[in-house]
Design a binder for this molecule. Sequence first.
Ligand code: SF4
Length: 356
Amino acid sequence: MTPPADSSRRATVRLTLTCNNRCVFCAQRGLHAGPERDPQAELRTLAASGATEVTFVGGEPTLYEGLSELISLARAQGLRRIGLQTNARRLGGLPSWVEAGLTDLHFSLLGAEAAVHEYHTGIPGSFEAVLAGLDAARQLQLTTVATTVVTRSNFRVLAPIGGLLQRTGASAWGLSLAAGAGGAGAHFDRVVPRLGLALPYMLQALDRARGQGLPTFVAGAPLCALGPFARFALGGEARAFGDKCTSCTAQPGCTGVDARYLRRFGEEELKAVSGVPLEHEAIARLLVGTGELFVADPAEVPPPPVAVRSGLKALGKVKPAAAEMTPGTPKRSGEALKEIFPSLFVAAQEKPPVKP
Ligand code: SF4
């Protein structure tokens, strides 16, 4: 259970570590369930701590028997928004979950076409399941968001995912760099992309999606690598920092980089920020305008001059380029082309017949 820092933050309740996908990057691969958990008790604790929202997560939480009852309990405990993070492969109970109080779905979408998505999930048909889930959610008027884990295999084809989500009515999109944990940690070089290669594609996809009206965010990247897009970074737990970070004024708000990444590639892509880092709004407030204005009486402004009819100046005849023509060279007609391109003027009867 992740307790909320304040009553307005959403908490999560993990229902299971079991999953019916085999995602190549799965950060939870290798985790052990530990002592049996009691999701009902966790829900009651959350409600008592003042939480107003919850998302059920896994593994794949739709594999948890009794999900409907948990949603009902969450509603009964006063949680106003109740979400489910899912790979969309087991959404048959969706109408009953909505009846019980479900308000939103958080999909995992790894590509805008089956080949890309299913390379990552390892499950044929899993892409169609997400599309069907998005469609069902829209019909049931649920709020939907999606996360794309960014890997070496999909970072060049991110932008179409934003377009797909925008067309299906999603409310937000998160682009999350694969973390060096679980499956991605075990197959690091195969899964985790270099920041310098992946970020231009990620930020271009973010910019395009926002331009299409889809709120889009980025996670897992150091602030210094995001430039003006740093204001769209999602927070998270601090990870590893390089030597450069010790003098960086952005460090308090930065999640740094993955420890494995730092060990594998070093910190050459990091750049310490100097000066006082300010949030976007705080920076904008510094641009205070031009100050008090002396406004002239409009009556003092002279009227426009009487229009004088004038045409564009003629620039004279085009002259041949000096380097191409010497003075006195006689003019030549189109006939001269025969000397230059004789094959263009072969008699029609000499040409091979044109195939129908
Ligand atoms: S230099 Fe380090 S602390 Fe500063 S923004 Fe980059 S990763 Fe974050």
